[in-house]
Ligand binder design. Structure first.
Ligand code: IMP
Ligand code: MG
Length: 181
């Protein structure tokens, strides 16, 4: 696919994969001997998950949750709806929530509550991108694993969409709204 829909490339494929490998090693060390389940949000995080699961060297499972906070556009709807629950039992297990991007943090809050409802033994969060909205740092302290901090801009690629498109870009970039129309 042509990259001309991007105004700027923020993260190249090489940088993303390098960081995902580091996160995988870290999680493998931290969860050795534990009952790890990665719980991922559809659909944006599946690209991240597919690389992260293969970067983790210890036995583990993964499952999916459907959640939507954005409609088809670039504005937050301000509400998170669970559209699909996990299908495997999380009770007594060590859950790591895997998210593509943390913007307002509402999706992660909803997912944390959901995993708690399923009586997970422990719940941690792994996010590829944290948008720097000038929010107080302590709000982020709930996130154990962060891939990259990015500026408060709308990005696409590596699973992230605009109106369900551009998820297939290998890099993460800033969408050029003019050429995306
Ligand atoms: P939050 O609940 O506001 O943290 O939003 C998280 C969800 O909104 C993510 O899982 C994405 O699906 C979507 N989102 C937030 N920012 C962006 C962006 O820059 N590009 C594409 N999707 C985004
Ligand atoms: Mg989305």
């Amino acid at each position: 696919m042509s990259l001309s829909v991007l105004k700027e490339i923020l993260l190249t494929e090489e940088r993303i994969l390098g960081r995902v490998a580091e996160l995988g090693e870290e999680i493998s060390r931290d969860y050795a001997g534990r009952d790890l389940v990665l719980v991922t949000v559809l659909k944006g995080s599946v690209v991240f998950l597919s690389d992260l699961t293969r970067a983790i060297a210890i036995p583990h499972s993964f499952d999916f949750v459907g959640a939507s906070s954005y409609g088809a556009g670039a504005e937050s709807a301000g509400k998170v709806r669970i559209t699909h629950d996990v299908s495997i039992d999380l009770a007594g297990r060590d859950v790591v929530l895997v998210e593509d991007i943390c913007d307002t943090g509402r999706t992660l809050e909803t997912l944390t509550n959901l995993a708690a409802l399923h009586r997970a033994r422990s719940i941690e969060i792994c996010v590829l991108l944290v948008k720097d909205r000038g929010r107080p740092r302590e709000k982020e302290h709930g996130i154990r694993y962060v891939g990259f901090h990015i500026p408060d801009v709308f990005v696409v690629g590596y699973g992230l969409d605009y109106g369900e498109r551009y998820r297939n870009l290998r890099c993460v970039g800033v969408l050029d709204m003019e050429s995306a129309r």
